[in-house]
Design a protein around this ligand. Structure first.
Ligand SMILES: CC(C)(COP(=O)(O)OP(=O)(O)OC[C@H]1O[C@@H](n2cnc3c(N)ncnc32)[C@H](O)[C@@H]1OP(=O)(O)O)[C@@H](O)C(=O)NCCC(=O)NCCS
Length: 173
């Protein structure tokens, strides 16, 4: 299995949005309503929004390919004045989950975070997304906070904020 993680380009935006829809339809029914899935996909994977995000200096999109085929992606951004890196999205194609690809994406983002002097990786995960919570715990995250965020149209994100300290980080770096 040849695994390659590279930055997303404008040409990858449509395939990534299509992959996101496939993964969300496999993951979120039973966790949030179909109306909320559709609303959030439109909000977060709108073509122009992704293209705009690719130009941001504080936000990074990565794609993971297995033998040349798109199999996952992540995005991360600096938060808290640059002290923390937020893993904003991480998704692996259903057929390739539990093969260590999520771990590869997390390690890639952690490396970037450390290089930029961030001491912690954080993320938000739906409280009912048990499989992802188990994965994050396995990869060194622990629940830090419980939040419920109003995202409009009557929908909320009922999430845990999880955090992973980055071991190589020192207060001076
Ligand atoms: C969460 C996700 C990114 C993890 O990536 P991954 O490549 O599957 O995870 P890894 O192979 O690195 O780690 C696997 C570990 O995670 C946990 N895990 C992952 N999927 C799981 C599942 N469906 N059920 C139970 N545990 C699961 C297990 O601890 C597993 O280890 P094991 O197989 O030895 O038991 C991926 O499964 C995914 O895209 N899930 C659907 C979308 C999603 O929920 N994304 C997160 C949004 S916040």
């Amino acid at each position: 299995m040849n695994v390659l993680i590279t930055p997303l380009t404008a040409a990858d935006v449509d395939p990534v949005a299509a992959l996101a829809r496939r993964i969300w339809q496999q993951t979120y029914p039973g966790i949030i309503s179909q109306a909320q899935i559709d609303f959030m996909l439109e909000q977060r994977y709108h073509r122009q929004r992704l293209l705009d995000e690719l130009t941001r200096p504080d936000l990074w999109w990565d794609q993971l390919r297995v033998d040349g085929q798109l199999a996952g992606f992540s995005s991360c951004m600096r938060v808290d004045g640059g002290k923390e890196m937020k893993l904003d999205k991480i998704y692996v194609e259903p057929a390739r989950q539990r093969l260590g690809l999520g771990a590869r994406l997390i390690a890639h983002v952690a490396e970037r975070a450390l290089a930029l002097g961030c001491g912690t990786l954080i993320l938000a995960v739906n409280k009912r997304n048990q499989a992802a919570i188990v994965a994050y715990r396995k990869h060194g995250f622990a629940v830090r906070e419980s939040v419920c965020v109003d995202i409009g149209q009557g929908f909320v994100m009922d999430d845990f904020i999880m955090a992973k300290p980055l071991p190589g980080h020192t207060a001076e770096s």
